[in-house]
Design a protein around this ligand. Structure first.
Ligand code: BG6
Length: 297
């Protein structure tokens, strides 16, 4: 049941939360004393987070679709209940293609603003999946905090993959380095899932990169020499980290992505994928939590 804009407006908070339609999709704008964020109900998709004086933290393609048929290209697509390609059912699950329900908004005494979303219950069955309860909480403050909680209401085990597929804005892809993954095994999707081990304290990106790091629960740091900032990706309940940049050939093949936009983005995705997929016993739940922050260098 699509969200009615008039009903959604009951969740507005003066000077903090406004809700409007943008290109046909309901969009929430959040403002705190020194940060701003935007979240679309379509996919419960965070597309913007910005500290007053800094460049945006998140990348969104100028060629992104903003309609119900496509995932938004950029920001933070929610990947659930599968990651990657599945025969006949497409990439990365149906959560990013679904209009979520906004269930609550609140302003906290510390000045943060919190929004709660739920995945509509009928959407799993429509896609031939068991019906799990899926909730997403976004907290906007000096940092951006996102929590995806999956609860198994069934009488049998429920197995799924999840991922907060975050696109970061960077000054120049060849001038960034990514730290925090030393010694960790990854599947190299550019070489037919070859299993490799990251050996450096930090690595750079200078060609197509698509690495699924397994058993990787730690904090990742993106150091951006051009924008003179470092981004911290702190997480819990996440055993996988995916690092992706399509580079030029793949970029040109993507209709919703500019040919040269690969220079100004990198995805560092936090989740539980491949052999890190999660199995919940009846009644159990799991929370994937990601906290994004940045500071000047
Ligand atoms: C990454 C995958 O997570 O997402 C890549 O590892 C994939 O293989 C990328 O190309 C983008 O996927 P999509 O479906 O949003 O184009």
């Amino acid at each position: 049941m699509p969200n009615n804009i008039e009903q959604l407006r009951k969740h507005e908070i003066a000077n903090r939360v406004t809700i409007e339609k943008d290109g046909g999709l309901p969009k929430i704008t959040v403002t705190t004393s020194n940060t701003a964020a935007e979240i679309y109900l379509h996919g419960a998709h965070v597309t913007r987070f910005r500290k007053n004086s800094e460049p945006p933290l998140l990348f969104v393609s100028a060629k992104s679709h903003f309609d119900t048929a496509h995932s938004i290209r950029g920001g933070v697509p929610i990947i659930f209940p599968w990651f990657g390609d599945r025969a006949d059912v497409g990439l990365h699950g149906f959560a990013r293609l679904t209009e979520w329900e906004l269930t609550k908004t609140s302003e906290k005494p510390d000045g943060s603003v919190q929004l709660h979303f739920s995945l509509p219950e009928n959407i799993s069955a429509k896609n031939g999946w068991p019906t799990a309860k899926v909730d997403f909480t976004v907290t906007v403050h000096d940092k951006l905090t996102m929590e995806l909680t999956v609860t198994n209401p069934l009488k049998e085990d429920f197995t799924f993959e999840d991922c907060l597929h975050t696109y970061f804005e960077v000054g120049e892809i060849e001038n960034i380095s990514i730290a925090g993954l030393k010694g960790i095994s990854y599947l190299d999707k550019t070489e037919n899932f070859a299993r490799k081990v990251e050996s450096g304290d930090a690595f750079k990106i200078s060609s197509e990169t698509d690495r699924v790091f397994l058993n990787a629960p730690g904090t990742v740091e993106i150091r951006d020499e051009k924008l003179r900032r470092k981004i911290l990706i702190e997480k819990s309940g996440s055993n996988s980290t995916v690092v992706w940049n399509p580079w030029i050939t793949k970029a040109k093949a993507m209709p919703d992505f500019g040919d040269m936009e690969f220079k100004h983005m990198v995805c560092v995705e936090s989740g539980n994928v491949a052999e890190n997929k999660i199995t919940l016993a009846p009644g159990a739940s799991a929370t994937l939590k990601v906290v994004l922050s940045s500071q000047p260098i």
